[in-house]
Write a protein that binds this ligand. Structure first.
Ligand code: SF4
Length: 254
């Protein structure tokens, strides 16, 4: 079994994906899976009603803080995040988790927030969810740190891994916005409902957001499931594969 086959098996995708333009009959071997050749084409899913979220009201000092963040370079941004106590999440975490990867990445993957492993190690997407994300990247011939940057919506672990509150997201989001300005990725992939809605300013079901091209501050944005969700719902991995194929098609055209 080669590495790609191993990855596709890990994602529950082997052997249901067919070789592009061939059946394998010439070799007498079963068709090997080809990247991004789904049995069913990627389709935009029907939209459910999407609730717009009222923007958080910002005070003068918050606007000043956002202005300061918007002018920071990498070193100052990292220092400010490291020392940040702007929301209540900082009191319960071990350390802030800034993000990791290529600072000139084409791909930016954005998750929700650090979990226990990330909180301990100071790096996003480590542990089982991180291993699955690495395999998702490998399946589309990407690698953590190489043209790929990985970040979260909030930089501090929420207590008991609860979903971050709206005000916590609003307080932390300027860091990610600045990061996007500095990286200038070609494509952003939001992992999970919380990340998607935070970037879109919506409160929509994830299923209504998949399969569509969105926009975050002028950069194409796609939505898929969070790897942690896939650990509990492995049958959804095929949908993630569809989303990743959609993402590679979009990237190819950029
Ligand atoms: Fe600061 Fe973000 Fe941590 Fe809140 S979650 S303390 S805004 S770094």
């Amino acid at each position: 079994m080669d590495r790609r086959e191993a990855v596709l098996r890990e994602l529950n995708l082997y052997p249901q994906w067919k070789l592009r333009g061939g059946s394998g009959a010439a070799t007498g071997q079963p068709a090997a899976p080809s990247l991004c050749e789904p049995v069913a084409p990627v389709q935009a899913v029907a939209s459910a009603p999407e609730a717009a979220v009222e923007p958080e009201i910002t005070t003068g000092s918050e606007q000043r803080r956002e202005q300061i963040i918007s002018e920071l370079g990498w070193p100052a941004l990292k220092t400010m995040v490291r020392d940040c106590t702007a929301c209540q999440l900082r009191a319960g975490c071990t350390q802030t988790v800034f993000g990791v990867g290529d600072e000139q990445a084409d791909w930016l993957f954005v998750g929700e927030g650090p979990g226990a492993d990330e909180d301990a190690q100071g790096e996003p997407f480590v542990g089982q969810a991180g291993k699955l994300l690495d395999n998702m990247l490998l399946a589309i011939q990407l690698k953590r740190g190489k043209k790929v940057y990985i970040a979260n919506i909030v930089k501090c672990r929420p207590p008991n891994d609860r979903t971050p509150e709206r005000d916590e997201i609003a307080t932390c989001l300027p860091y990610l916005q600045r990061k996007v300005e500095l990286i200038k990725p070609k494509l952003i992939v939001a992992l999970g409902k919380t990340a998607a809605n935070a970037l879109l300013g919506k409160d929509a079901a994830l299923g209504s957001l998949r399969g569509k091209l969105h926009d975050f501050n002028g950069i194409p944005l796609l939505i898929t499931y969070h790897p942690a969700y896939l650990l509990h719902s492995p049958m959804e991995k095929a949908k993630v594969w569809q989303d990743l194929c959609f993402a590679t098609e979009v990237m190819r055209k950029l």
